[in-house]
Design a protein. Structure first.
Length: 230
């Protein structure tokens, strides 16, 4: 009996393509230097100069969510969803994990509406969210199996989980957090408040089905005019 071909998903490159490990969370990391021509070495240089931006030790890994709420129009005689009938209502963009290090800087970033009393020096919270309470950005950086990097940057961030510190008997305090990204440019709501980069170990950004050039966005083999050209 002939042995048929068995389709499997993995290959000799599978581990090289995997994201491995929990990575690290950076608070206020300046990623403005990253562009379409940035390389693996550029990321290394950025991270080596930003050790003071790390949130510190975490537990349970990190979870990034960019989850849309999609609704389908109710159209007579439409038996199945058709292209063009689905619309995006909103996006939920978050980064969550559990912090272990209780530092003054972490408390200020993790405790929403946190302020410090100028007289007593004690931390306190307000009952209103002011523009100053949002963090400019939170960045997660992890390694790939080939040694490359994945970088995810959330902008205009607030920890919507609040400060729920659990003190463990014969253990360490833990603070779960969920950083939520917010739209800061109210005049431009076409682009979500996060960026993601993939850098291969060969020194360049990973090539995929999407590319960007001045005035044009190519997505899955199809080209579209960018918003600036409309």
């Amino acid at each position: 009996m002939a042995t048929g071909y068995t389709p499997v998903g993995y290959s000799t490159n599978s581990v090289q393509n995997m994201q491995l490990g929990a990575g690290a969370v950076y608070l206020g990391l300046d990623v403005s230097s990253l562009t379409a021509t940035s390389t693996y070495d550029d990321v290394q240089t950025l991270l080596r100069g930003a050790t003071n931006k790390k949130l510190g030790a975490t537990r349970g890994g990190c979870t990034f969510n960019a989850v849309p709420t999609i609704s389908v129009m109710d159209i007579d005689d439409m038996k199945f969803p058709i292209p063009g009938a689905s619309k995006l209502d909103s996006w939920e963009i978050t980064l969550s994990s559990t912090a272990l290090e209780i530092t003054q800087r972490n408390i200020e970033w993790l405790l929403p509406t946190c302020e410090r009393d100028p007289v007593s020096g004690a931390y306190q919270v307000r009952n209103i969210i002011l523009p100053a309470h949002y963090m400019d950005n939170v960045t997660w950086v992890g390694k790939k199996g080939d040694g490359g990097y994945q970088v995810i940057n959330l902008t205009t961030v607030l920890n919507i989980a609040g400060l729920a510190q659990t003190m463990e008997n014969q253990g360490e305090s833990t603070i779960p957090f969920t950083f939520q990204a917010h739209q800061s440019e109210l005049g431009d709501t076409d682009v979500g408040p996060f960026q993601m980069w993939l850098f291969d170990s060969n020194g360049i950004q990973g090539a995929g089905l999407m590319a960007a050039s001045a005035g044009t966005i190519t997505a899955k083999g199809r080209s579209y005019a960018s918003k600036s050209d409309e």
